[in-house]
Design a protein around this ligand. Structure first.
Ligand code: 13P
Length: 250
């Protein structure tokens, strides 16, 4: 099998998916069993489906992840779930600090850092999201903003551990807009430098995923950009056929 330099293509279903949607996970599993992917593949469904998707994907090439977790291990936090609960339901990874949580719930870098510590302690690999707003990009501050987020959201215990950072420009999420390949490369290089500054050379090979309007027709260009180690895919991960189109481009 061709050895890919891409590490991980992960799908973020966000608040989409009922039991019937497991058919998409099953279709993805079958397709990847027939023709294996050259990288790791994961789906992050809503929490209600983690258990059932794990069962549907058991023993196959599709990993299952959560979309968020609480930093505390347990307690009186109505509506929240812990990293250990996700792990118990079968998740192997968890998305943390997505811009929809940073913006919608006021999640700070410090909170994302605490969640990443909790995820690691529970045996989950965190995918830590960073990204600038349109206003920040237009002000010429994209690299600076993302660097700050990396430095302050990554706990030191991540050094040497399995995790990923996802660069998701807020203005590219769900809009059909994407940065130029030069802009993606520039920010990914800045993310790499900040990761090494924070965690040392152990972070020199940690995958940096790109996210924001990744589709089958732009995946090949984006995934062949230097320092892009995979993708975090929203809308196009909901249908197995579209997600496969991206996975086959890796
Ligand atoms: P879209 O691929 O729908 O733009 O979403 C990206 C994203 O937010 C993944 O976490």
């Amino acid at each position: 099998m061709k050895q890919s330099v891409k590490s991980l293509i992960a799908g973020n279903w966000k608040m989409n998916g009922l039991g019937a949607s497991l058919a998409e996970a099953e279709a993805l599993r079958s397709a990847l069993e027939a023709e294996p992917a050259t990288c790791r593949v994961a789906l992050c469904p809503p929490a209600t489906l983690v258990d059932r998707m794990t069962e549907a994907c058991a023993g196959g090439p599709v990993e299952v992840g959560g979309q968020d977790c609480r930093a505390e291990a347990s307690g009186a936090y109505t509506g929240d779930i812990s990293a250990a609960m996700l792990k118990d339901a079968g998740a192997t990874l968890v998305i943390l600090g997505h811009s929809e949580r940073r913006q919608g719930y006021g999640e700070t870098d410090a909170l994302v850092l605490a969640k990443a510590e909790a995820a690691l302690a529970a045996g989950l690999s965190p995918i830590i999201c960073v990204g600038e707003t349109l206003q920040e990009r237009e002000a010429g501050r994209a690299v600076e903003v993302v660097r700050e987020q990396v430095i302050h959201s990554l706990p030191l215990v991540l050094a040497g551990q399995a995790f990923a950072v996802a660069y998701e420009p807020v203005w590219a999420i769900g809009t059909g807009l994407t940065p130029t390949l030069e802009q993606i490369e520039e920010v990914h290089r800045a993310v790499r430098a900040a990761m090494i500054e924070r965690l040392g050379l152990a972070a020199a090979t940690t995958p940096i995923l790109y996210g924001g309007s990744v589709k089958p027709d732009n995946a090949r260009d984006i995934l062949s950009t230097p320092e892009v180690g995979g993708a975090l895919v929203g809308g196009a991960s909901l249908k197995a056929a579209d997600f496969l189109g991206i996975i086959r481009a890796a």
